[in-house]
Design a binder for this molecule. Structure first.
Ligand code: KE4
Length: 425
């Protein structure tokens, strides 16, 4: 029995599913989760001493690679002054100013502790600002586990959101309407059916929780216009794309400005950090200056700020950081495309910047329904094959590959070789 197997058995006795977040349980890929011991640069090493090229990167935060010395040193230095004060600190001002500098649409920003908290708070701010309860989300987009976001995909135009989890009262999800990603008609129909009642539209500007699904040409700009014309706020959930696609995330990459943006992952440099921000006239409604309540014991924690500032600082000051990462990613994904063509299997590859997803389906993947045509059994076999080859992928067909600046050409060639062997088996 490996140490991971033993630890998993023990974990199952005292943690639901043996994990602190469901996807880590490897439930859909038929393997025992690898318990990780340490990580450095592009690699993670499990408790049995096996090292992997890591394409999960803690689900996005590790864009520089793991344990970057600048980030680690900043954290250790901050720890020397104490771990948490529950009081205002200079670090929070520095962090807020840096985010506002890097993302032009952010006039004010509030730090929280996770992407879930950021989305929950941004939705509340939008409802408070517009005085409207209805919000529109898109099937296949994931925005964390707050009640209003856990609604079944695919409800019809007139039907209120139906909970997609036990424990979510209908009252919490009835005001969440679901549209189809990349389908403007489905959004227009909801605005028509609920005229004057839609407070906000929230989406991942690049879908990355149904695998990777880029916005169709003009989709984001048409959503922008629809929201403006109807007095609704446009919320970009950039928990994944923020500081990933560029300094100013997807909104900079596609040139569309939301009213509010949510962040997570990269802004914490590996520590638990989320944030939401945007228009000053909206953010000034947040307590204590306004009637929209939101709070958090460890929000803006000085050690977490030190990690986030170090990471964002490196991203801002490193010459051509994104050009280099996106060029390396383009080269890598082009090579995968060649392997797919050579295999004759017709699989689909979607990619944007350093995010990508290989779908085990021959249907172009443009939304949740087409993503779901993927053969998840074939994906599971591919996942296990790659894991055995020392390549650590997200244990689900409906996640993304996250490339990091630490990955070398050799790491990527090794990954491509393992992929080719799978296609040739
Ligand atoms: P957290 O609460 O997990 O920090 O963030 C929630 C969230 C919000 N918005 C987007 C676009 C997200 O992708 C996420 C969380 N992403 C998943 C991975 N797809 C986190 C991994 C997990 O749940 O363990």
């Amino acid at each position: 029995m490996t140490k991971s197997e033993r630890l998993f058995q023990e974990a199952l006795t005292c943690i639901p599913g043996g994990v602190n977040s469901p996807v880590r349980a490897f439930g859909s890929v038929g393997a025992v989760p690898r318990f990780m011991e340490k990580a450095q640069g592009a690699y993670m090493t499990d408790v049995d001493g096996r090292t992997y090229v890591d394409f999960v990167g803690s689900w996005g935060p590790m864009i520089l690679g793991h344990n970057h010395p600048r980030v680690r040193e900043a954290v250790l230095k901050a720890c020397e002054k104490g771990l948490s004060f529950g009081a205002a600190t200079e670090a929070e001002v520095d962090m807020a100013r840096l985010i506002c500098q890097m993302v032009p649409s952010i006039e004010m920003v509030r730090m929280v502790n996770s992407g879930t908290e950021a989305v929950m708070s941004a939705v509340r701010a939008a409802r408070g600002f517009t005085g409207r309860d209805k919000i529109i989300k898109f099937a296949g987009c994931y925005h964390g586990h707050s009640d209003a976001m856990l609604v079944k995909a695919g409800s019809g135009v007139m039907t209120a959101g139906v909970p997609d989890s036990a424990g979510v009262p209908g009252g919490c999800s009835q005001d969440t309407l679901t549209a189809i990603y990349n389908d403007m008609q489905s959004v227009e129909a909801l605005f028509e059916a609920w005229k004057g009642e839609i407070g906000a539209v929230i989406l991942e500007p690049v879908g990355a929780n149904m695998g990777v699904v880029p916005p169709a040409e003009g989709f984001l700009s048409r959503l922008r216009k629809l929201c403006t014309d109807n007095g609704a706020l446009l919320i970009f959930d950039e928990v994944i794309t923020g500081f990933r696609l560029g300094r100013d995330g997807a909104q900079g990459y596609y040139g569309v400005t939301p009213d509010l943006t949510t962040f997570g992952k990269i802004i914490g440099g590996g520590m638990p950090v989320g944030a939401y921000g945007g228009r000053r006239d909206v953010m000034e409604l947040i307590a204590p200056t306004g009637p929209v309540y939101q709070a958090g014991t460890l929000s803006g924690n000085p050690v977490a700020m030190a990690a986030g500032m170090a990471q964002l600082g490196l991203l801002q000051e490193t010459e051509d950081f994104y050009e280099k990462l996106n060029e390396k990613s383009r080269w890598f994904f082009d090579r995968i495309q060649e392997l797919i063509e050579k295999s004759g299997r017709g699989y689909q590859l979607n990619r944007v910047g350093s995010l990508g997803c290989l779908f085990f389906t021959t249907e172009p993947v443009v939304d949740y329904a087409s993503a779901k045509t993927s053969d998840t059994k074939e994906f599971a076999a591919y996942f296990r094959h790659m894991l055995e080859a020392g390549i650590y992928l997200a244990p689900s067909q409906f996640e993304a590959m996250f490339l990091s600046a630490a990955m070398t050409e050799e790491d990527l060639e090794r990954t491509l070789t393992a992929m080719e062997r799978f296609f040739d088996r």
